[in-house]
Design a protein around this ligand. Structure first.
Ligand code: SF4
Length: 238
């Protein structure tokens, strides 16, 4: 591990480091609807870039005006997503919290800072990945998303994934992992493996939510092995 990675690990409070090996057993998962449409047709040309920008803007405007579920009544604003539109890694969380609802950006506040530090530790600063939640509006009181809310909102996420076409997805936290994989298995059984998500079969890795890691620092070492798995996967497929 590089000195820089070690520095970042120290920063996020990880003192135990154990790199897992032999963890690429792939598991194919049938669940998790992914819309394959809207993929870039002629990537690279200026016209294609403009067309793609337009698709993004249209999608963002659609989300801003969305009233598909009851959460539109209590949101301060929608939280669309942020990051590189051609990112190799797509990070998916559950739903905006109070800070996100206020600022309009996913994973801000202390949990967001920890996520940023963990991503930096594998050489992927926040600006290099794309980050979004399953729900674009905050559930009141930070309650868990209801299935009908997640069903109503997932098509937006699917379109974002189809546009970004990441090489890997990191599902952050139990709720996001269980919804994307259509599983009720505990997160401890979902992490540590590589799933294949949707029709594109994008590799998907699960890790703990940074808010949980702030409450349970001992789990940071385990989360680090998940991040290493992401890094290995991206490097292997480079
Ligand atoms: Fe629309 Fe999603 Fe917000 Fe519900 S959570 S109102 S589906 S954007």
């Amino acid at each position: 591990m590089s000195a820089r990675a070690q520095r970042y690990l120290a920063e996020i409070g990880i003192t135990v480091y154990e790199r897992r090996r032999g963890h690429d057993a792939a598991a194919s998962v049938a669940g998790g609807a992914l819309v394959a449409a809207a993929a870039r047709a002629t990537a690279g040309s200026p016209a294609a870039g403009e067309a793609e920008n337009e698709v993004w803007e249209r999608l963002a405007a659609e989300v801003r005006a969305c009233t598909r579920c009851g959460l539109h009544k209590t949101r301060t604003q929608t939280v669309f997503g942020v990051g590189r539109r051609d990112a190799e890694l797509f990070v998916i969380g559950e739903a905006p919290g109070a800070d996100e609802d206020r600022q309009g950006e996913p994973f801000v506040g202390r949990a967001g800072q920890l996520l940023n530090a963990m991503l930096r530790a594998i050489g992927l600063p926040r600006s290099e990945v794309y980050i979004a939640n399953i729900l674009k509006c905050r559930p009141p009181g930070n309650r868990d998303p209801q299935p009908e809310e997640a069903s109503a909102c997932t098509p937006y996420l699917s379109r974002q994934i189809a546009l970004v076409r990441p090489r890997a997805i990191l599902a952050v936290g139990r709720i996001a992992a269980q919804w994307l994989l259509q599983s009720d298995a505990p997160i401890g059984r979902l992490r540590g493996r590589v799933f294949h998500y949707g029709e594109s079969g994008t590799p998907l890795i699960v890790t703990y939510h940074p808010a949980y890691l702030l409450r349970s620092p001992l789990a940071k070492a385990t989360a680090w092995t998940d991040l290493c798995m992401v890094k290995d996967l991206l490097q292997r497929r480079a």
